[in-house]
Design a protein around this ligand. Structure first.
Ligand SMILES: [Zn+2]
Length: 263
């Protein structure tokens, strides 16, 4: 199950960026979208699958508003230059093979990039951590290298998809540190990003990620106070998110602390 900020709507507040008559609108706040699988598979008990047609329409909605989808690496680099306005971080969790076969062509048609969070402890395996639902294949070494070659950011989702808040110190260390080293060997480059499985983190997990040398970590909800870039909040986008819902989610992002500036 993944969080959806439209699942429990709060009272409406003022529009965070009202249109100003005749003058150009202020660039909208940067935010990070969370996807998982991109596939035409309709069996989706955890609401983690979008069809390629829906993804294409969502990216078209972004492009039509002057928004550009980028990897988290690019988003944070732009933010450091004060130039993150109008950017949307695009993230794909779990490293399904459909990221390369199905999402990648859609992204490339738009000239967008993304971050894919993979599981180097399950290379070529499947999503066995899900108790039910369809089994989906995960990227292997070749698939990961194809994603890198296509200009995508590959980052760590841990080794095997464990809830790190319940892991022993030793397991936490292995999941966080070893996944980074293994991925660096596969990609031949630095691994800057981490993504907490299930979006679950606590201070101990965030500290372990920081100590391991990552530059940032993605969560779902805003993290504990002071976690900063080690608990970047994200907005779940799913098959139900038509343009009306996308607009609403974008506007609600600030109220829910999910706009990047709120970190
Ligand atoms: Zn996951």
């Amino acid at each position: 199950m993944v969080a959806d900020i439209l699942a429990a709507p709060r009272a409406d507040g003022p529009d965070p960026e009202p249109p100003v008559g005749g003058r150009p609108r202020r660039r909208p706040a940067a935010w990070v979208a969370m996807y998982h699988s991109v596939s035409n598979c309709r069996d989706d008990p955890y609401n983690v699958t979008v069809t390629p047609a829906r993804l294409d329409r969502q990216l078209a909605w972004m492009a039509g508003r002057g928004l550009r989808g980028v990897s988290v690496h690019e988003l944070l680099a732009a933010r450091a230059r004060g130039a993150a306005g109008g950017l949307v971080g695009l993230t794909f969790d779990d490293g399904y093979t459909d990221f390369v076969t199905t999402a990648l062509p859609v992204l490339r048609r738009r000239g967008f990039t993304a971050t894919v969070f993979v599981l180097p402890g399950r290379l070529g395996g499947e999503n066995a951590w899900e108790p039910t639902g369809p089994r989906k294949p995960l990227l292997d070494v070749d698939g990961i290298r194809r994603a890198v070659a296509a200009g995508m950011e590959v980052a760590s989702h841990g080794l095997t998809h464990l809830d790190l808040t319940r892991a022993t110190d030793q397991v936490l260390h292995t999941e966080v540190d070893d996944s980074r080293h293994r991925l660096a060997e596969i990609t031949g480059g630095d691994v800057e990003g981490f993504c907490y499985p299930y979006g679950r983190l606590d201070q101990r997990a965030a500290d372990a990620v920081r100590r391991a040398g990552y530059h940032y970590a993605c969560a779902i909800d805003p993290g504990p106070a002071g976690s900063g870039d080690f608990a970047l909040p994200r907005i779940h986008l799913g098959e139900a998110d038509t343009s009306v819902r996308l607009e609403l989610k974008r506007r609600l992002a600030r109220f829910y602390g999910r706009a990047l500036e709120a970190v």
